[in-house]
Design a protein around this ligand. Structure first.
Ligand SMILES: Nc1nc2c(ncn2[C@@H]2O[C@H](COP(=O)(O)OP(=O)(O)OP(=O)(O)O)[C@@H](O)[C@H]2O)c(=O)[nH]1
Length: 646
């Protein structure tokens, strides 16, 4: 028992010592000193007295602290209550877990009770170039400092809403406290506009320091319950808050004491306030600080994927759609590129093929202007492909050998969409002519419209020459180059037809050299050949250009005279020929003299067909031979009798 009592007595003793100690533990109230600390302390010291009277058992202490001191004291847990500006309160609430405000200050700025305040933007009244907030872009703006809520941040927030970002979109002139200096800077023209807290201008005016007519308020807001000029939205006045570890009952009793402060009491007058009211909503201040990226929101908020998707779902959706479209377009681009590459390869192949064909290939537009030509074009025409571009193919190589109807027929064929083939004589760049086999094919689109012409040009000059040579060989005697029997027959046929049509006559003379064989035999075949050639030359010299001299056998020649109607006329020519051939020949060092026997048959007198005329001229010639050679005989029907008899 004695031990129990000893302990009880000891406990009561200890309690007796501790209670006075508890009562002596001061309740510390930190007040932000944005002016000199003694001034701040002097202003708020009466608050300690008020609370002391309400709770005599506690000891209340007011401490004036600047920003870092206030924050350090809170961190160390040395304070129970804080009275600071709204921006700083939001910072402390985030960093130090300050509770929701217990009360909001009712200020006395304008002599009226106000629990809100705002920012004012003003310029000189005569500045015609400054009428709205956006006019402030690029201007010089005066402020007490960029950390001031009512003297900078509120205005900066409003300007941000108008897309004018501070400080980058203007020049900031920092004057320092008090706000009067901002007004002075604008009045002196050192700044184009100024930012001050609401009430400053009215206070200066009431103190006789400012004529309000010299200034104009930008973005003036009409707030029915707010008597001061203001350019921004309104924000709550300073909050009075408790710390997280502050005793709840103590906090309740302190709040109660604040609310009952009378506005005209000596103590509130001493503090230059109207009192305290129920706590305001400080979220607009928080929003402002977030928007301006001011502490504690200077760092970009960390977004989770969910935040991003919740906040930007439409933008993400649009982005995904746009991204999808871009991917589709990219795929399409790749495919188009592949097709183009394949087309380029195909084009290259086609061009190689067109180069390899050996023929000249020309592609023109529909007016025949050359758009492309292969390299074989140059050896054919003498023009390089690049020289020919843009020129009309037909005019480039026109020789004048084809007439207009020829070209008209060609154009009509190709414009009908059909392929034209033909042979043309063209002229090279050097002026020489060449034969060309030309194929022109129209190139059409799906609808059948002609877009181009492709011309394939084949040089047939050599072939033509060969053909002509073959034809010549078939029609002319190799030794004398006189028409042969076949060509003679053609011409005789034509001449008979013409004479029949015109009602005229013609003469067919068969001339056979006399005793030619001995010349061959004695002097050789070569001399015989030379003689035959010279005879041919003399015969041609005896007749007109329109007459025909032919060699139809060894030493047999035929002369076809057109438009000869009578035997004497024919005989006269034949005699002339006989005399000519009688003239000596100087051949290879030999002087030769020959004679000839000639038979004549006339159309229509001695025959109406070439067979009949030939036969009768032959009969007449044999008569000349029989008559001693070296004479001319015209056909007479009696000759047939004798022949028949023979
Ligand atoms: N050098 C040469 N001789 C030829 C050629 N063709 C034929 N002969 C010869 O010409 C001669 C023709 O003889 P003929 O007409 O029969 O006899 P000919 O000696 O003229 O006697 P006639 O006509 O009766 O006066 C033959 O000896 C043929 O070999 C030729 O192209 N060149």
């Amino acid at each position: 028992m004695s031990q129990f009592f000893r302990r009880l007595i000891a406990s009561i003793f200890l309690l007796g010592i501790t209670l006075p100690l508890l009562a002596a533990e001061p309740v510390r109230i930190g007040v932000l000193a944005f002016r000199p600390k003694p001034q701040t302390l002097a202003q708020w010291q009466p608050l300690a007295g008020v609370l002391q009277r309400a709770m005599p058992e506690r000891n209340f202490v007011v401490e004036a602290l600047d920003y870092p001191e206030l924050e350090a004291a809170i961190t160390r847990g040395e304070l129970d209550f804080v009275l600071t500006n709204p921006g700083h309160y939001v910072l402390l609430a985030h960093r130090n877990g300050l509770s929701a405000p217990l009360a909001t200050l009712i200020s006395k700025d304008s002599g009226q009770p106000l629990s809100d305040f705002g920012g004012v933007v003003f310029s000189l009244a005569q500045r015609a170039d400054i009428r709205t907030l956006t006019d402030l872009r690029g201007k010089t703006l005066a402020t007490i400092g960029t950390s001031s809520l009512g003297g900078y941040q509120m205005q900066a927030y409003e300007l941000t809403r108008k897309s004018v970002r501070l400080p980058q979109d203007a020049r900031i002139l920092t004057t320092g406290m008090p706000h009067d200096q901002v007004v002075a800077a604008v009045l002196a023209g050192r700044a184009d506009a100024g930012f001050v807290r609401s009430g400053v201008l009215e206070n200066m005016a009431s103190e006789g320091k400012l004529d309000l007519n010299r200034l104009k308020i930008l973005n003036r807001q009409d707030k029915p319950d707010f008597p001061l000029q203001v350019s921004t939205r309104l924000y709550p006045e300073w909050p009075f808050a408790s710390l997280p570890n502050t005793d709840k009952d103590l906090a309740r009793r302190v709040a109660a004491a604040l609310f009952v402060l009378e506005k005209d009491a000596a103590v509130t007058r001493a503090m230059a306030i109207h009192g305290f009211t129920v706590p305001a909503d400080y979220s607009p201040v928080e929003e402002l600080l977030r928007e301006l990226r001011q502490p504690p929101f200077e760092a970009a908020p960390a977004f989770t994927l969910q935040d991003v998707s919740a906040r930007y779902q439409w933008q993400i959706f649009a982005g995904v759609i746009a991204g999808g479209l871009i991917v589709l377009l990219a795929i399409r681009l790749v495919l188009v590129n592949r097709r183009l590459a394949a087309a380029r390869t195909r084009d290259h192949l086609l061009v190689s093929a067109l180069e390899a064909v050996g023929n000249g290939v020309v592609i023109t537009d529909t007016s025949a202007k050359i758009e492309w030509a292969n390299t074989a074009f140059e050896p054919l025409t003498g023009y390089k492909p690049e020289e020919a571009l843009g020129l009309r193919a037909s005019e480039l190589v026109k020789s004048g050998q084809q007439d207009q109807p020829f070209y008209a027929a060609m154009w009509s064929t190709i414009l009908r969409g059909e392929v034209w083939r033909g042979e043309v004589v063209n002229r090279r760049k050097d002026g020489s002519l060449y034969d060309e086999e030309l194929t022109i094919a129209p190139v059409k689109d799906e609808s059948g419209t002609i877009l181009h012409f492709v011309g394939i040009k084949h040089d047939i000059t050599e072939r033509k020459k060969t053909e002509e040579r073959i034809l010549h060989l078939a029609q002319y005697d190799v030794l004398t180059d006189l028409p042969n029997r076949a060509l003679l027959n053609d011409r005789l046929q034509q001449a008979i037809a013409a004479a029949r049509r015109d009602g005229t006559g013609l003469a067919l003379m068969l001339i056979d050299l006399d005793k030619f064989k001995p010349i061959n035999d004695t002097l050789g075949h070569d001399v015989g050949d030379l003689l035959l050639k010279e005879v041919a030359r003399r015969l041609r010299g005896c007749v007109r250009e329109s007459d025909t001299v032919a060699r139809i056998g060894g030493d047999e020649f035929v002369v076809l005279l057109r438009t000869v109607a009578h035997v004497p006329d024919a005989k006269a020519v034949a005699e002339k020929i006989r005399n000519t051939l009688n003239q000596p020949f100087e051949l290879a060092g030999h002087r030769l003299s020959i004679s000839s026997s000639t038979g004549i048959a006339l159309y229509p007198e001695h025959g109406s067909s070439e067979v009949e005329l030939s036969k009768n001229a032959d009969i007449a010639m044999y008569h000349a031979k029989e008559n001693g050679r070296d004479n001319v005989q015209a056909f007479q029907p009696e000759m047939l009798d004798g022949r028949d008899a023979a």
